[in-house]
Design a protein around this ligand. Structure first.
Ligand code: ZN
Length: 527
């Protein structure tokens, strides 16, 4: 086993492994990014390609690629090993039965199901009709293969029987979310997806973790889309459809286009807009946003949203605004009164879609324009309704200058003095739009205190000064010194703030403030 771990380590580059999960920027010989394991404003997470190591100065986490994958995916060592072995193209020897964790078996079942559904789409009579329908909607055969689209027969047990025939228990098919247990009959079940076009949902490594099923030729009352329920592998609030194929483009463009549907994503990628994803059957959650934050700062949302209402969609957008994303909204990309999906527009002409993305409105423009088009600006009631929509959006802006810009704009447009708007703004409670559903936080290591951090860095500096000799050591030493300088500057600023607060003499106070500003400026220049 040990030699295989070495083999995997030799074949994989820490930069590729870590870089496939987060945005890294080159600094000297190292790379840095915002730590995915603790929340921070300035990045203190470093990757050293020559050492093949990663380390976070913020929370002290750091080690090999195996530890990184275990932490970020929240999985056991053996699963991380299997994942990285697959990535490295290393065949693990003696895969004994104990090593096959439940997670692994569920992965195998999802993989079997994907292959089964794909075969049905290509081979069965109704499957072929479904395929023809998809081709007519503009999805090419290559795209169907790339996204592994399939068809689930309209039968009660076809998939379950197939999977059980491969040596898995019916119980496991239920746990994979693919079958439903009959009420009061333990062990007896029926297939969850029947007579549907199947879209496998992939994790960041392209492994299938769940499915979305779109109704096809079914009559009667049935949902247009159904999805895998929560399973050991699948958590809809943490899965972003298409990100496995989009992540490189998203990082490169520092922009992610978020649509609503599976076909939107497939069509966008097909037309070359590869930075497109979709939230699978749910509004954006803080977990989705935490994942996206690793890749980009700019979101372009192709959502239908009622600005006056309180919808899950709107809450998701507010959440993204609070997390500091630059948000743009694509609006009215349909022609005439008929609103089309991105997939339909691309089928018509990809250029129209490209233009819609590039003309997307900033979230504030969007709120202001929609509010003013919804309500009559000349009446007092209209003014009140407009401010009810726009003021909370202004309040959520982190930047004071931006805030005051919008206060001014609103004042001009409403014909109301700025002071009145400021007063109303102050009345709005500083509430964070916490989504009502429970959100599972990402794997987080407790951030260590500044003094602990300082000690760690000082130890590292000492080591590097004594033992370091390579160019890499020198580069790391420089980074450590910079980190140390930042902590010390922060400490000085804190002390100065206390001094300023306690100073009674006005002249001395002004001098202290000047000194403080100098320190703060210095801090910003190194930060
Ligand atoms: Zn960290």
């Amino acid at each position: 086993m040990d030699s295989q771990i070495e083999e995997i380590k030799n074949k994989l580059n820490v930069l590729d492994v870590v870089g496939s999960y987060m945005k890294l920027t080159k600094t000297g010989v190292n790379y840095r990014g915002a730590c995915p394991f603790h929340s921070e404003k300035s990045p203190s997470f470093f990757v050293s390609p020559t050492r093949q190591m990663w380390h976070c100065f913020g929370c002290g986490a750091g080690s090999s690629i195996f530890d990184f994958v275990m932490k970020i995916e929240g999985i056991e060592f053996i699963d991380a090993l299997r994942m990285l072995a697959a990535k490295a193209g290393v065949q693990l020897k003696r895969e004994n039965i104990q090593l096959r964790t439940e997670r692994q078996r569920l992965h195998e079942i999802c993989e079997l199901a994907t292959a089964f559904y794909q075969k049905q789409l290509e081979g069965s009579a109704v499957g072929k009709e479904a395929e023809a329908y998809l081709l007519k909607r503009g999805i090419t055969t290559e795209s169907l293969k790339k996204w592994r689209v399939g068809y689930s027969p309209d039968l009660w047990n076809s998939l379950s029987d197939f999977v059980v025939g491969k040596g898995y228990a019916r119980e496991e098919v239920i746990r994979a979310g693919l079958a439903i247990e009959k009420e009061g009959k333990t062990g007896d079940s029926y297939d969850r997806f029947r007579g549907r076009i199947m879209f496998p949902v992939f994790d960041l490594n392209g492994q299938v973790v769940g499915f979305g099923g779109r109704v096809f030729k079914q009559v009667g009352e049935t949902a247009k889309y159904i999805n895998t329920p929560q399973t050991l592998l699948y958590d809809k609030s943490g899965v972003i459809y298409g990100l496995n194929n989009a992540k490189l483009a998203v990082r490169k463009k520092n922009q992610c286009v978020v649509t609503e549907g599976y076909t939107d994503v497939i069509m966008c990628h097909q037309a070359g807009f590869e930075n497109t994803v979709a939230a699978s059957g749910t509004a954006l959650t803080s977990q989705h946003l935490n994942i996206l934050k690793r890749y980009c700062e700019n979101l372009v949302l192709a959502f239908d949203m009622d600005v006056a209402g309180d919808s899950a969609t709107k809450r998701g957008i507010n959440l993204a605004q609070e997390q500091g994303f630059n948000i743009k909204i694509i609006e009215s990309y349909g022609s005439g009164n008929e609103k089309s999906d991105p997939a339909d527009i691309i089928l018509k002409d990809p250029k129209i879609w490209e233009a819609a993305v590039s003309k997307a409105k900033s979230i504030m423009d969007y709120y202001v324009d929609s509010a003013f088009s919804h309500f009559e600006v000349t009446t007092p009631e209209g003014k009140k309704e407009i401010s009810k929509i726009v003021l909370p959006a202004i309040k959520r802006l982190a930047n004071k200058i931006e805030q005051s810009h919008w206060v001014q704009t609103l004042s001009e447009k409403l014909g109301i003095p700025e002071i009145a708007i400021e007063e109303e703004l102050a009345k709005i409670k500083d509430e964070k739009s916490v989504a009502p559903q429970q959100t599972v936080p990402p794997p987080v290591v407790n951030a260590i205190s500044d003094s602990q951090r300082k000690k760690l860095i000082e130890e590292r500096i000492l080591y590097l000064e004594l033992e370091g000799s390579t160019e890499d050591d020198k580069a790391e030493l420089a980074l450590c010194m910079l980190e140390l300088e930042k902590i010390e500057s922060k400490n000085r600023q804190q002390k100065m703030m206390k001094d300023i607060a306690g100073e009674k003499d006005e002249q001395k106070k002004q001098d202290l403030i000047k000194e403080f500003e100098k320190e703060a400026k210095k801090f910003h220049s190194i930060n």
